[in-house]
Design a protein around this ligand. Structure first.
Ligand code: ADP
Length: 423
């Protein structure tokens, strides 16, 4: 196997796919691994994204796992390391973006890196160090009320400084707009001032493409998925359809959904309206001890022979709140995830080889139930959502085509469009 060029560490699961998708579109062949692999990589690719779930764990544990991922990526030959976090800079006052960034800098013996969650394609822009989500500053976007990582300050220099011992500075728009030479000059100036981490302004993809060349020799880049669009050119790679090539698809088609996001609710309705077979599962019946997975699989068995089917627990927020009130939030979530994952596994055992999974937590549960440790990233279906291919214990030698749709991504016809795209 050849050496990889870019080694990436992502702090959550669907965020890893989002980054991988951007790299593929910019011309890299990419594999995403679920956690740090035990052995060497068995694929010839340009970049690997190691997906961790380190966003909200204890900072010391997030650091330990990130360093383990770094060591593995270095063993695969990675020339540059990319630490990927959310485009809304999701973090607690203790981290984990700051502590992980510093630990990676120490391990790589580098005194300077950048930090920018800018992702203009998804309306995340940074101006004068302030992060905007759509038309409003981060702390007015709803993120101020996030249950795990409330973001109450849009000024990323302040946010990052609160999580780090190194001095944090800014490469602002007036510099970023002038391109590589100006950015490099500013970096040298910041270095002389003792700055170790610089927030970078970017309001458009053009800004990110101008930033890319200035990052060429930087051992560590930290960012959302946006910066990825400007990096493959540094390795002389340009967009090409071969980067997203997957083995040909075959086998039966199915969708499982445990996502209760607004977009997913619309997608379930659109699938039903299109006259496709769909079965809703009831969390209260699972709680009552009914084998809901076996029922769903018996329902699906004759239907999957004729075309895609959907099994969903997707419900609107009132229904979800009512279930959570009776079963408890965590209990309800875990129970539904286990059931949806068992259904996904059963469908694959019955010949499904093209599987759409909706929901971030749900995706984690399904990937685990299918014993998937590695995903080759293929063509984009909608922004942030690519088809992937996984060799799986539960699949035959042909493996499984899989797409993991995070809650609010995808157009209303996603559940039918996905299969057309793969064909
Ligand atoms: P999303 O964030 O898009 O809603 P996730 O899969 O990340 O999707 O999270 C949804 C969570 O809600 C999961 O833990 C899932 O098991 C749970 N869940 C799914 N359907 C229901 C339901 N009908 N009632 C209560 N909880 C549900």
């Amino acid at each position: 196997m050849g050496k990889i060029l870019l080694g990436c560490i992502a702090d959550d699961f669907t965020g890893a796919s989002d980054l991988a998708n951007n790299l593929v579109r910019a011309g890299m062949r990419v594999v995403q691994t679920i956690g740090v692999p035990a052995g060497p990589l068995g694929a010839d690719v340009d970049a690997v994204v190691v997906a961790l779930k380190s966003r909200t764990m204890e900072p010391s544990e997030a650091v330990a796992q990130s360093l383990q991922a770094l060591a593995w990526l270095q063993a695969q030959g990675a020339q540059q390391i990319y630490f990927k976090y959310c485009s809304t800079f999701d973090s607690t006052p203790q981290g984990n973006i700051g502590p992980v960034t510093e630990a990676l800098m120490d391990a790589l013996k580098t005194d300077f890196t950048i930090a920018t969650p800018a992702f203009p394609d998804n309306q995340r822009t940074v101006f004068k160090g302030y992060l905007f989500a759509g038309d409003v500053p981060l702390n007015e976007s709803g993120m101020q009320n996030h249950p795990l990582t409330p973001m109450t300050d849009a000024n990323l220099v302040r946010v990052m400084q609160a999580q780090t011992t190194r001095k944090v500075g800014l490469i602002d728009y007036s510099v970023a707009a002038r391109g590589e030479a100006a950015i490099r000059e500013r970096i040298e100036q910041l270095r002389r001032e003792g700055v170790g981490i610089a927030i970078v302004d970017a309001v458009s993809n053009d800004d990110l493409m101008r930033l890319g060349p200035a990052l060429k020799d930087m051992p560590l880049v930290t960012a959302g998925s946006g910066v990825a669009i400007g990096l493959p050119q540094n390795f002389k790679l340009t967009p090409s359809s071969t980067a997203s090539e997957l083995p040909p698809s075959a086998g039966l088609q199915a969708v499982v959904s445990g996502s209760c996001s607004l977009a997913t609710n619309r997608q379930v309705l659109a699938f039903i309206k299109a006259g496709r077979p769909a079965l809703g599962i009831d969390p209260l019946r699972i709680a009552a001890g009914v084998d809901v997975a076996a029922e769903a699989l018996a329902w699906a068995a004759p239907l999957i022979q004729k075309g895609p089917v959907l099994v969903y627990s997707t419900a609107d927020s009132n229904a979800v709140k009512s279930v959570q009130g009776r079963l408890g939030v965590e209990e309800a979530g875990a129970m539904v995830e286990r059931t949806v994952a068992a259904i996904a596994r059963g469908l694959v055992e019955r010949g499904v080889r093209q599987l759409v999974v909706a929901g971030g937590e749900t995706s984690g549960a399904c990937v685990q139930a299918l014993n998937i440790t590695q995903l080759q990233i293929g063509p984009q279906i909608d922004p942030g959502v690519p088809w992937c291919h996984a060799p799986s214990d539960a699949a035959d030698a042909k493996g499984l085509h899989l797409t993991l749709k995070s809650g609010n991504f995808g157009t209303d016809d996603f559940f039918t469009k996905a299969f057309t795209r793969l064909a």
